[in-house]
Design a protein around this ligand. Structure first.
Ligand code: NAP
Length: 277
């Protein structure tokens, strides 16, 4: 499995697994657990979840899927902005840990910026680190201005990732945020890497995928994986699509393929407000 280095020096798999919308439909439960476990078998051992997903249902499902395999997994969850305070974060984290059936998570992210000052959120993350409940912390959906504010608060340099909406059709971060993150050696965790399936049907992408003997999802994921500091975490509840997505690791895009993708999905030509889903 290709690895991406975090600022702390640890490495994580470049291809992980998302879990949004998992655990919400009892009829899909065994299939979702099977897909997550199969993903672990294939080396996609980074699993991303959040207290928000299904009001804890996704964390509960992930907890069940990783039973007996905790040591193999790099477990990521997220705290709601309204819980990201000294008063509330510990309780929120405890609830997540209970649902996940673990003593500690590997990475705990601020899901998006809210009303709690970043300095307080960072201090709360550091409390949890000292208590051994989280190993690392990071952020999600912070734009360049917010990342610079974060960098300026005490301990703010400790952020290990910024999880952002980033895929072939959402390249706005390349204008300035991605460049700045690179200067700080902070990787991007690209969420919705296939835009929840919506970007797969562009005729030119269909044609390129066909020529490469790959699927559109594989091309979209391989495009992200072509960058050394990007982690992609597609979500699927299907063993077959999971194997398809894992196949992106073996797809190497040539400079000509990348140019063709740039023509289809142009990079930004100016600053754009950060997009979120
Ligand atoms: N930080 C944030 O604010 C934030 C926001 C959004 C997402 N996320 C995280 O990022 C993860 C991934 O993003 P996402 O779930 O929004 O979108 P995504 O991974 O781009 O797409 C998931 C959707 O695409 C389908 N799919 C997966 N592989 C496919 C393939 N090879 N061909 C066709 N369809 C395929 C899945 O259906 P099946 O399950 O039926 O295969 C699902 O409906 C989330 O699960 C979550 O963990 C974070």
């Amino acid at each position: 499995m290709k690895q991406v280095a975090l600022p702390c020096g640890e490495t994580v798999p470049a291809l992980g697994q998302g879990s949004w919308r998992m655990g919400e439909d009892p009829r899909l439960r065994s299939q979702e657990i099977d897909a997550l476990r199969h993903g672990i078998d294939l080396g996609m051992t980074l699993i991303d979840t959040a207290e928000m997903y299904g009001d804890g249902a996704a964390e509960t499902l992930v907890g069940e899927a990783i039973q007996g395999r905790r040591e193999q997994v790099f477990l990521v969850s997220k705290v709601y902005p309204h819980n990201a305070s000294r008063r509330k974060m510990e309780a929120a984290c405890n609830e997540s840990l209970k649902r996940l059936h673990v003593d500690a998570m590997d990475l705990y992210l601020l899901h998006w910026p809210g009303a709690v000052p970043l300095a307080e959120t960072v201090a709360s993350f550091e409390d949890l680190q000292r208590a051994g409940k989280i190993r690392h912390w990071g952020v999600s959906n912070l734009d360049l201005k917010q990342m610079k504010s974060l960098r300026s608060v005490p301990g703010g340099a400790g952020a290990q990732v910024n999880q952002l909406l980033y895929n072939l059709g959402r390249r706005g971060i390349e204008w300035d945020l991605l460049r700045w993150l690179r200067t700080q050696a902070i990787p991007v965790m690209a969420y919705s890497p296939i835009e929840q399936g919506r970007l797969l049907f562009k005729p030119a992408l269909v044609a390129l995928a066909k020529r490469l003997g790959a699927t559109q999802a594989q091309v979209a994921i391989a495009w992200l994986l072509a960058q050394d500091d990007v982690i992609a975490n597609p979500k699927t509840a299907s063993r077959q699509r999971l194997e398809e997505n894992a196949g992106a690791l073996a797809l190497s895009l040539s400079p000509a393929d990348l140019r063709e993708l740039d023509a289809m999905f142009p990079p930004p030509s100016g600053a754009t407000p950060l997009e979120m889903l």
